[in-house]
Design a protein around this ligand. Sequence first.
Ligand SMILES: Nc1ncnc2c1ncn2[C@@H]1O[C@H](COP(=O)(O)OP(=O)(O)OP(=O)(O)O)[C@@H](O)[C@H]1O
Length: 616
Amino acid sequence: MESTKSQLFQVFLRLRPSSPQSSVSETRFLTTATGQNFVYVTPPQERNRFRAIEKFGFTKIFDELSEQKDVFVETVMPLLQQAINGRDGTLATLGVTGSGKTHTILGSKDQKGMTQMALDVLFSSIGDRIVDYNKVDMVASDHTEAVLMDAVSFHERMNSALVKTPTKRSKLGKFLAHKLQDGHASKRSSLAHISTPKAPDVSDLSVGLDSKSKYAVLISMYELYNDRVFDLLDDSSINNQNRRKALIFKKPSTTAAWDTSKESKKVVSGLRKVYVKNFQEALQILEHGQVSRRASPTHSNSVSSRSHAFLQVEIKRFSPRGSEKDGASLHIVDLAGSERARTAKTAGERLAEAGSINRSLMCLGQCLQLQTQVSDNGKPAVVPWRQSKLTELLFSNAFSGAGGGGQRASMIVTADAMGDFNATTQILRYSALAREVTVPRASSRHISGMSDSSAASSALDELAVISTSITQEDSKDAVIARLIAQLEDTEGRWRDAEERCLTIEQQVREEVADEMEERLEEVRRETLEHFEMEEEWREGYVDGKLEILRKGIEIREDTPPDAAERIQELESENEALRRELLALRREALGRTPSKGRSGGRGFPSPLKGMENLEIY
Ligand SMILES: Nc1ncnc2c1ncn2[C@@H]1O[C@H](COP(=O)(O)OP(=O)(O)OP(=O)(O)O)[C@@H](O)[C@H]1O
């Protein structure tokens, strides 16, 4: 597994101690190997389904037994030294909600977090070489873009703001008490007496300083909530978060004389910067900032951070005469946890917050993925850090080349090996510096006599056992030799099983196809029968209709006259003719001349001989 050396973020993985009470998975799905910088993710077994085993590479992995100090030495110390040397640095934590980001950054009531340790080491290293706030002149940019004050006047303002509104303060008290349950903050609202855990002891650690310089430390805190930047040290809104004024992230109108970079750093404009001269003062500021931060109980975490919190520790270097030489910042960022709405059971405002958090983290994920990639032309891939406010705040100064040629950063990815499998894997996928996927295979020797699903489960079990056993071995060479042998054996068995699976798959496909064909034939037959029956019925129906019609026509037809009627008809016709003939005869007889009148030559009557004619 190769990773790009030029990446901006070094990525560390920290596993938190998990327990069935605090975790959501029934089994461990993350496995580490002693001394190795990769973690195996073994998916939960599902019936009849092979899921790939993934291997993720990180700069370093801190297992469950790692102490806060172990993490600090590896991740924060180099960044602190870098800031002292005039180069910006960022430390951020990333992880699923409840995976231990805040615990890592801010600690608990028994343990200091990375922040407290960084401030402790910084102030103990600077010692009496801290400059007097009243005797130095901070650079112009601090005056135009920030509100500067020293710790004493800041406390006075804060305490008077708390005293002014007692009803609201009780709300704040509740919040503080709530935080205290999880060891996040002191219960006291009077910030003069902050109790800080003594452990771990970091008095043996120090950073190298320039022997000819004096130093000033300015602390500012802000949060990114619903994509807007809010000052966490603004006393005017401490009792009413809804009245808070969002700040803008922009290029300063004036820059320090020593800042020769072409593109000057972007700053959160209007931010309060508090000058602190020792560790105790710094802790008090930190406490104030934490109180103002958005945190709400979700189903996944009783004190869940609902915003991305930024702590900026600005270290300025001064000449012995008090003129500013240069400066750089260490940013410590506690990112809000990604969560699934269904798991966290969030709704309304919390759901909107979750949406904004998840969107910004998705964009951060893209940037992290791309920082290790090289584009087709061989140049580093373009990192789309302008896509969200979070990535802009995290990356813009890194890409602007300011602060001594850009920044270097460390990301601590926190994970619970028995936490939310899908959400954790998702984060590992985009944050890891390298990734390998192994498709599981099984052997016929191994699975003979077993059902296919049980063979697959058993093979997965075996792989999990192998992975777990790695951590228990002492000798590195023995582990490697044993692993190679086991790997080859397992690989062979997986391959056989895979072939068998393919054969079974083929058989199943054929069976399904045959069955399908049979069923189609049956359906075709049934349809045909149905058509025939319907046709028969239609024919019968049509015949019946025709019969009814025919009968209807017959009924309406006139009956032919019978013979008697005809005879009677003819007789009456005959009678009429006879009467006519008789009338004609009489007429003819009436007109015929007598013999004498015709002169003896008269014509014979045409009716002669007909006088006695009977007419019937
Ligand atoms: N390494 C650890 N050792 C001991 N306890 C831990 C560790 N990591 C986390 N915890 C405990 O687990 C709980 C949840 O941790 P934490 O609040 O730090 O989670 P988170 O990732 O910051 O969650 P969110 O994103 O919701 O704010 C706390 O009670 C914390 O003390």
